[in-house]
Design a protein around this ligand. Structure first.
Ligand SMILES: Cc1cc2nc3c(=O)[nH]c(=O)nc-3n(C[C@H](O)[C@H](O)[C@H](O)COP(=O)(O)OP(=O)(O)OC[C@H]3O[C@@H](n4cnc5c(N)ncnc54)[C@H](O)[C@@H]3O)c2cc1C
Length: 308
């Protein structure tokens, strides 16, 4: 993931949302925590309310307090924030993300960037972010600089893929680096929902062994749900004696590991990783040229694929 941008496509949407958020900032010089009128009942598996934010979730601006953090590897932290209302889950649903919205000391304006909460939404009172710090990264650098007790303004939740319980029998997740964050949100939401019977296969690629983020949690899920969840790890530059497959996510690997009938409504593929990885797997579509990705070469149509 290092050196290249994950979540490339959303950045365009993100810019639009930043614009909206920026307008809000202009209107509200001081932010207010909105009242938590919504129920703290989980929306896992409900599919979420969509962009209208319906009746059961509300987008709001919140000031969170950093409770604790954990340095996961050289460049990534897990940050746990307290929500203002300990009985609320902020209306987060499968799948959604938030915008951090704050002004680092040396910045002229607020910097808004999207991040994907990875906590269990059934446990109210906090959210947790997995944040990779980029060299000179304004938002990620700011998030990494926070100390317990510091506050962070966020806005959300914003909808991504609208997950419906049991919509697919086979769910394939292809993740690269910190692209595991939305995948983890989905995995957790599906597996923690006793009504959801979908089977999940995660193919997770990373640069080095220590970049296999959330591995402990993923392994625990694999043990807890052996019939429903399987992970394949692959590492480009493994340490000596590494137990993991060596190499990137290739066509051959996908051909071997993806589950479910290829062009059937029972199968879905989710993809999130660096642009080069996404371009190779999903292909490129521009005004002039169209390059097929390996998934299409393997017989999966684009409608079967969702990119976070
Ligand atoms: C919907 C969505 C969800 C996201 N969820 C997460 C998440 O859960 N965790 C997470 O860590 N990130 C996530 N991201 C990415 C995140 O929003 C920021 O883009 C990222 O943290 C970099 O922002 P920055 O302000 O620190 O870097 P900037 O100040 O914008 O850039 C600083 C330098 O880093 C480089 N750079 C910027 N972004 C990247 C990148 N992604 N890869 C490589 N180099 C980069 C720039 O080219 C520049 O040289 C998500 C993005 C989207 C669209």
């Amino acid at each position: 993931m290092s050196g290249i941008r994950p979540f490339p496509r959303k950045t365009i949407a993100a810019v639009a949302v930043i614009g909206v958020a920026g307008m809000c900032a202009a209107r509200n010089t001081s932010f207010h925590n909105e009242a938590f009128a919504e129920s703290s009942k989980s929306r896992w598996g409900s599919g979420g309310p969509g962009f209208g934010f319906g009746t059961n979730a509300r987008m709001g601006t919140y000031t969170l307090r950093l409770e604790s953090f954990q340095q996961v590897n050289d460049n990534t932290k897990r940050l746990r924030f307290q929500l203002p209302d300990p009985a609320s889950n902020m209306g987060l649903y499968l799948t959604s993300y938030i915008f951090t919205f704050d002004k680092p000391k040396d910045a002229l304006f607020n910097i808004a960037k999207p991040y994907t909460p990875i906590n269990n939404f059934d446990e109210p009172g906090y959210i947790e972010l997995l944040v990779k710090k980029y060299p000179d990264g304004r938002a990620s650098g700011y998030l990494h600089s926070l100390q317990p007790g510091d506050t962070l303004k966020i806005r959300g939740p914003f909808p991504d893929y609208k997950w419906k319980t049991n919509e697919f029998e086979y769910v394939n997740l292809i993740a690269g680096g910190v692209g595991i964050a939305p995948m983890y949100q989905l995995i957790q939401g599906i597996l923690n929902n006793p009504d959801d019977k979908s089977k999940i296969k995660l193919i997770f690629g990373a640069n080095t062994d220590k970049d296999l983020l959330m591995k402990e949690e993923l392994d625990a899920f694999e043990q807890q749900f052996p019939d429903r969840f399987k992970v394949v790890y692959t590492v480009s530059d493994p340490v000596e004696g590494s137990p993991f497959r060596k190499g990137r996510i290739t066509k051959e690997l996908l051909e071997k590991e993806l589950v479910g009938p290829k062009d059937s409504k029972t199968t879905k593929i989710f993809l999130c990783g660096p642009p080069a990885m996404e371009a190779a797997i999903h292909g490129r579509q521009g005004w002039i040229s169209l390059r097929k990705g390996v998934l299409e070469e393997l017989g999966y149509t684009r409608s079967r694929i969702h990119r976070f």
